[in-house]
Write a protein that binds this ligand. Structure first.
Ligand code: AMP
Length: 175
């Protein structure tokens, strides 16, 4: 089976999670299939125009393939987490949600100036979280080489928010 079909077959739709009206894309069954995980990581690598200096993974599901990808590329992996979770000195960025706001953080020594990084998350919805991660990368003087996601929800037009950072945006499957 081709990779796109294999991913789509494995992902589960969970209606009304975590709140009414949301159809949650559950990627946990992907992790039951280690061969599929290897194909996913290899596909992310095949789609890179050039080797990045680091992968930046977004809490929480962006840490899973993000770390596998960095490790296979033999480059550093950097965590972006919700405010208050990282133990060392952090930089932070606050961004607007549909209702209210959210804050994400990165360790201040995580990236070197001039590095070219790929920002990774499991799913691109409105793009607010990945855009905010791009702002953290820039605060440390590094560059956003591109973004990659397992899933893109095209009807939310998240790509529009990301093109200020980079128009190199990869989603392995689209809904
Ligand atoms: P956004 O900032 O709107 O692009 O939201 C992206 C983040 O929210 C990602 O980390 C996703 O894991 C999560 N997310 C948003 N919508 C969904 C959904 N329908 N199914 C699964 N995860 C979602």
């Amino acid at each position: 089976m081709n990779l796109q079909d294999a991913i789509k077959q494995a992902i589960r739709d969970i209606p009304d999670f975590p709140k009414p009206g949301i159809i949650f894309k559950d990627i946990t069954p992907l992790f039951y299939d280690q061969k599929l995980c290897t194909r996913i990581v290899d596909e992310f690598i095949a789609r890179l125009d050039k080797k990045p200096d680091a992968i930046v993974g977004i809490e929480s599901r962006g840490l899973l393939f993000g770390f596998l990808l960095a490790n296979k590329l033999d480059i550093p992996f950097v965590l972006v987490r919700k405010a208050g979770k990282l133990p060392y000195k952090t930089i932070s960025h606050e961004y607007d949600l549909e209702y209210g706001s959210a804050k994400i953080e990165m360790h201040e020594d995580a990236l070197q100036k001039g590095w070219n990084v790929i920002i990774h998350d499991d799913l691109l919805a409105t793009g607010g979280t990945a855009e905010a991660a791009g702002n953290l990368v820039k605060k440390l003087g590094a560059n956003v080489l591109g973004f990659n996601f397992v899933i893109g929800l095209d009807f939310l037009y998240g790509e529009k928010k990301l093109i200020n950072h980079s128009n190199n945006i990869t989603c392995l499957v689209h809904f």
